[in-house]
Structures are given as structure tokens and as C-alpha cells.
Ligand binder design. Structure first.
Ligand code: FAD
Length: 417
């Protein structure tokens, strides 16, 4: 008897990981991908010898699935330094402050006491103690308020939040008010306190490529749109057929409309403006007044991101910040980014713009006050579905949902005998 074949729509990391588990369980899979490349939102393009991830993207070694399933050695991943640098211009001149490791060693910032209040450092230490050992499932239980409200409960001041946590988490959640559900904050913070932010040698697209290789490229049909009519009927480019099981591994067009957007500006610079492998946060970040949440120099961390003797500089502009300044096209975003960067690094006039990218449906939004479950494998039509939109906005969310979806497939197939 031939093996049941599971038809998976979408080759982002959730569809690929779901396929990998199903193959390991003895089932057969067929994947349909509407675009010409696998990877979904995790892709890396090569432009003039630079590696441009689609939007600034990192892998977190502290995610639970990273520890059990990702071979960072074979991806030749290299890590950012654990802290962050903050640049501000309140005194007129740009000033850079380094927080060497606020997630693992909050008091490593002792020397910053001139800049910070005791209560903020103690608040960060309390956050660290309460979150660093929390299991992923536990981070997704308990309170459901916004991240901002959650941070205030730890006694953190508005000025500390605005300088460090707002630009950092705006760039992670892709929203600047910190309205995102505190459960996602707990999960990300605890992961950051357990591991590093890393970049693979060939860019973040190397991870889905690795998954696709283990599945077998012959099982993936590219440039092929498919739709699930019901849990066991698939429509592939107009051809309808009954199959053993369908898994939808992408957000629907209507779900995409409510997703958060981001602009990313990529520059070729003759040298790194801030050597040191830190993320550079905009300490003056304020929606309506500034655009850039943070900047990074991926080639300082992973030299393969730029040709020899050049540096790749990446500026992240969250969708709400761009909208508040009426930045609605690439020219406007680039010129605004250059104006802000000029105040920090006047020699940016020598930087060449490599690309300006807009991703309108980058991450699902999870507002505070609305239940954010760990993961759910079935959509409202009873169709098995996976993707970060079925769990939470991160690679880990996409992988969790892939595992839940694969388990549900196996349960249904076994139930049918
Ligand atoms: C700019 C940016 C930065 C990010 N940074 C991080 C980060 O630093 N850390 C982190 O953990 N996560 C990050 N993420 C989130 C992470 O990339 C996503 O959670 C993950 O890639 C989502 O994978 P997915 O499989 O759920 O969906 P997707 O990647 O969206 O995959 C869905 C796939 O389905 C295909 N598809 C859609 N409709 C059809 C159809 N009808 N037929 C066939 N195929 C179809 C699509 O073309 C796509 O390839 C970031 C995301 C973005 C955009």
C-alpha cells in the first residue's frame, strides 16, 4: 500500500518543518510554493556581493527549537555581542552608550548609573530573574496585557523604556507603542537571556534551504499556487483533487492585511560606522519625530555579508513610524533615513544605497488584552494550518505551529486507520 501523501501549501519555515516531521513519521509530502523560491519571509538576496536578508533578521540560539534542532555550527553562524549600544543626540552631539549585557547581567551596566536610575537596573534584574528560567509554555500563560504595561509593573521608568527597550522591541515586534501582548515579550526576553543573536554565513535564508535539502527539492513545486477547499481537497492551479490531507502553511490574504510592516534601508559603506558587533538603538526614538528604530552592521558579525573591504549597514524603520511621518515610498524612506543617520555619522554621504525594501505583511500582530495561545493547529474551517500567525510572531512560533500541525495530521491519519 502506498504511503498517505500530505499536501502542504507554502514553503516558509513552518511548511518545511511540518514536511520534515511528516517524512520522519513515515508519511509522504508534496509542497506547493507560489513564488519562485522557497523560504517565505526568510530569504537572503545577493546584491553587488552583499548578502541582504529580507528585512533585518537574526536567529536566536536561545529559542527552544534552536537548541534541539538547528545545527548552528554547520550554518557557520556568528553571534552579535549580547548587549546593545544606544545613540542619542540630546546634548547636541551624538553620544553612544554601551549596555554590555542587560539581558543576562543587568548589573553589568553598573557604570551607567550616572545615566540610569537604580530602580531601572533593579527592574531589569527582576525581569531577568523571573524570565530566564521560564519554560516557553509558561511564558505563554498568565497575564495578557500589553508589553508596556508589563514593563511598568517591574518599576521601569518611561525614560529607560524609551531609550533601551522601545527601539529594541519596536524592531522586534514591528510596532512602536509596545502594545504587543506581554506573553510574546516574556518569550523573547527569556530567549535573549538564554542565548545569542546570530547570523549564518550564507544569510538567514540558509536555514530554510537546509530544511528543503533534508526534505528533497523534488518534493517542492515552485511557482505553483494552491488552495485548500476543505481539509482533504486541494485546488492546484485550477485542478481540484481529493487527497489524504491538506496543510495550509501561510497566512490568508485577509490575515496578511492585519500584519505589521517594516521598511529596511541597506547601505554599502567603506567602513563600519560602529565597529563592535552591537545593535545600535536610536535612544531618541519617538514615533512622529524619528524614523529609524535601530541600525546594525551585519558584516561586523558575519564578514560574508559584505565584499572584502566594505561594510553592510542596515537601518530598520518600523511601519507605524514610517506612516506617522508620511513616508510611503522608497525615495522618501531613503532620504529620511539618510537625514537621521547624517546626524550620527556625517560621512554617510559616502555610503551607497544598495536597496530599500518594504515588507507590508512582515509579522502577525498580537495586541495585549487578546488571548495569545501557545499554538493552535486548525483554522476556523477545520483545515490544518501552520505558520507564525497560528502561534506567535517569530521563527519559534512558526516551528511550534508546524509541530502542532504535523501532530494533528498524524493523529487524523492514524484515526482513519
Ligand atoms: C523583516 C522580518 C524580520 C524578522 N526577524 C525575525 C527575527 O529576527 N527572529 C525571528 O525569530 N523571527 C523573525 N521574523 C519572523 C520569521 O521570519 C517568520 O516568523 C517566519 O519566517 C514565518 O514563516 P512561515 O512559514 O510561518 O510563513 P512564511 O514565511 O510567510 O511562508 C509562507 C509561504 O507560503 C507561500 N504561499 C502563500 N500563499 C500560497 C498559495 N496560495 N500557494 C502556494 N504558496 C503560498 C508564500 O509565498 C510563502 O513562501 C522576521 C520576519 C520579517 C519579515
Amino acid at each position: 500500500m502506498s504511503k498517505p501523501t500530505i499536501h502542504i501549501i507554502g514553503s516558509g519555515i513552518s511548511g518545511l518543518r511540518c514536511a520534515e516531521i511528516l517524512l520522519e513519521s513515515g508519511l509522504e509530502v508534496k509542497i506547493y510554493e507560489k513564488s519562485e523560491r522557497i523560504g517565505g519571509r526568510m530569504k537572503t538576496d545577493i546584491v553587488d556581493g552583499f548578502l541582504l536578508d529580507r528585512g533585518f533578521h537574526v536567529m536566536q540560539t536561545g529559542y527552544p527549537h534552536s537548541k534541539s534542532e538547528i545545527d548552528f555550527k554547520s550554518l557557520e553562524a556568528k553571534a552579535f555581542n549580547p548587549g546593545a549600544r544606544i545613540i542619542n543626540t540630546t546634548s547636541g552631539k551624538p553620544k553612544i552608550t554601551t549596555y554590555s549585557d542587560p539581558f543576562r547581567r543587568p548589573f553589568s551596566s553598573f557604570k551607567l548609573l550616572g545615566a540610569e536610575r537604580w530602580s531601572d537596573l533593579i527592574g531589569m534584574a527582576k525581569l531577568r530573574v523571573s524570565l530566564s528560567r521560564m519554560s516557553i509554555k509558561k511564558t505563554f500563560s498568565g497575564g495578557n496585557a500589553s508589553t508596556y504595561e508589563y514593563l511598568r509593573k517591574f518599576g521601569l521608568s518611561d525614560s529607560f523604556i524609551d531609550r533601551l527597550l522601545r527601539p529594541l522591541f519596536a524592531g522586534i515586534f514591528l510596532e512602536s507603542k509596545l502594545d504587543t501582548n506581554e506573553r510574546l515579550f516574556r518569550f523573547i526576553f527569556s530567549s535573549m537571556s538564554r542565548g545569542d543573536m546570530v547570523l549564518p554565513r550564507k544569510g538567514v535564508g540558509a536555514y530554510p534551504n537546509r530544511l528543503a535539502k533534508s526534505i528533497g527539492f523534488e518534493r517542492i513545486a515552485l511557482s505553483t499556487s494552491a488552495f485548500a477547499d476543505d481539509p482533504m481537497t486541494i485546488n492546484v492551479e485550477g485542478q481540484r483533487k481529493t487527497v489524504d490531507q491538506v496543510v495550509v502553511a501561510h497566512p490568508s490574504p485577509s490575515e496578511q492585511k492585519s500584519m505589521r510592516g517594516v521598511w529596511t534601508v541597506y547601505f554599502d559603506s567603506p567602513r563600519s560606522p560602529v565597529p563592535g558587533k552591537f545593535l545600535l538603538l536610536n535612544g531618541d526614538y519617538e514615533v512622529g519625530k524619528t524614523a529609524i528604530a535601530h541600525m546594525a552592521v551585519p558584516s561586523d558579525v558575519q564578514p560574508s555579508y559584505a565584499p572584502e573591504g566594505r561594510s553592510l549597514v542596515v537601518a530598520t524603520i518600523v511601519g507605524d513610524a514610517a506612516a506617522s511621518l508620511n513616508l510611503s515610498n522608497a525615495e522618501a524612506v531613503e532620504s529620511r533615513a539618510r537625514r537621521e543617520i547624517e546626524q550620527w555619522f556625517p560621512d554617510c554621504e559616502n555610503w551607497k544605497t544598495l536597496d530599500v525594501q518594504h515588507i507590508s505583511a512582515a509579522l502577525p500582530s498580537h495586541e495585549g488584552g487578546i488571548d495569545l495561545p501557545f499554538s493552535r493547529p486548525i483554522d476556523e474551517n477545520g483545515i490544518i494550518t501552520c505558520g507564525d500567525h497560528m502561534a506567535h510572531a517569530s521563527m519559534q512560533g512558526a516551528i511550534n505551529s508546524a509541530e502542532s500541525a504535523a501532530n494533528e495530521v498524524i493523529r487524523r491519519i492514524q484515526h482513519r486507520g
